[in-house]
Design a protein around this ligand. Structure first.
Ligand code: NAD
Length: 349
């Protein structure tokens, strides 16, 4: 291990504290806001609204404490109902559960961001949102929330055209700071953002950037971006930790890239580490992140997988295993509106 890697690991291990037994969702990361966020959570993208309440309630029973939602996922109200049921039954208290949700691109103007934060908070029905993120650092024209259809990218479902709106990101960030001042959200952050956006927000942030949520898996490692975030005490959350897997379930435009590469579950260094540790390839992929203090939010509707996805902090990969898995890096991004939209939005260019 290089000195630098060891320094980062030492620094980060001070930020993580054990609060639960090793077999459960073990550790928290302290955010720059001072609040704590679990290192393992449950992702709500593609969870059908009519099943979300039961799935979330059962996930809490299994030990999940972090739920990752978004306006775009169209299941906030139902996910909130699942959490509320668990609270009403005394399984957990509100403060034991961490809710992340996100502001969609059509609501970047100050008044719309404030309106959406309030409405989303009411939909969850839990008093406050723990972490509110700007979903993508790009503004689209306002659409009445009732008229927005999943996936929110398309302005016109027939013609598949898309336009941007003239809203600078500092307006949106300052609106999110007002959301914190109003007690609606406790921490704020960004998603799908690159170094330039982070450097820019750091120049005017009154409330800290607490978190950065990015696509992060061995085909898209982005070590510089992770260093930048962690050096600035911005907690990193990895999404789509299993790489191509999640995107193979989507319409053809999204499947084009993931179909061109082998599944990460079958990658040699992942399988080798799974054999050595007696864990599944999925657990190895999640541990590859959590061992570097990067939070994970895998999604599954299957009870057995839910359990294994939660148990990803109680074993260790060797430094060589982490390096070999990271060496699979192809700079390959699956969630790229510069690729899958008919009129590309090249936000990662
Ligand atoms: P994921 O990496 O969690 O993969 C989900 C897929 O993997 C599903 O097909 C699931 O059935 C399968 N799977 C889950 N557990 C498994 C296991 N143990 N073994 C084998 N297969 C397993 O992908 P995701 O849903 O794209 O990402 C997770 C979460 O991240 C989302 O639900 C969402 O909350 C968040 N997310 C955020 C953004 C963003 O723009 N900020 C984008 C994508 C996802």
């Amino acid at each position: 291990m290089s000195l630098r890697t060891r320094q980062i690991l030492n620094h980060l291990s001070h930020q993580a504290e054990s609060t639960q037994p090793k077999t459960m969702s073990v550790e928290n990361v302290t955010l720059a806001s001072g609040h704590k966020m679990p290192l393992v959570g449950f992702g709500l993208w593609k969870v059908p609204a009519d099943k979300a309440a039961d799935i979330v309630y059962n996930a809490i029973k299994q030990g999940y404490r972090l739920f990752d939602g978004a306006y775009d996922y169209q299941n906030e109200k139902e996910a909130g109902q699942g959490i509320k049921r668990a609270i009403d039954e005394g399984l957990v208290k509100r403060e034991d559960v961490f809710v992340t949700t996100k502001l969609w691109n059509n609501y970047h103007k100050r008044e719309h961001a404030l309106q959406m934060a309030k409405a989303q908070n009411e939909a969850w029905g839990l008093g406050y949102i723990d972490l509110y993120l700007i979903h993508f650092p790009i503004a689209l024209p306002y659409i009445e929330p009732e008229k927005l259809r999943y996936p929110g990218w398309w302005m016109d479902a027939e013609q598949k055209t898309i336009e941007t709106a003239k809203v600078p990101l500092h307006e949106t960030w300052k609106a999110l700071e007002e959301v914190v001042d109003a007690g609606i959200a406790r921490s704020i952050g960004v998603s799908n953002s690159q170094g330039q956006t982070i450097y820019d927000i750091l120049t005017y942030a009154r409330h800290p950037i607490s978190a950065l949520q990015i696509e992060h898996h061995p085909y898209l490692v982005q070590p510089g971006l992770i260093d930048l975030a962690q050096e600035n005490k911005i907690a990193v959350t990895a999404y789509s930790s299993f790489g191509p897997q999640s995107f193979l379930e989507l319409p053809p435009a999204f499947r084009e890239r993931p179909q061109q590469v082998p599944l990460l579950f079958e990658a040699e260094p992942v399988k080798k580490a799974a054999d050595r540790t007696g864990k599944t390839p999925a657990q190895v992929l999640l541990r590859w992140s959590t061992q570097r203090r990067i939070a994970v939010i895998p999604k599954s509707n299957n009870v057995g997988r839910l359990q294994q996805n939660l148990e990803v902090t109680n074993f260790d990969l060797t430094e060589d295993e982490i390096k070999a898995i990271s060496a699979l890096d192809k700079g390959l991004r699956f969630n790229d509106p510069g690729f899958y939209l008919h009129k590309p939005l090249r936000i990662f260019a």
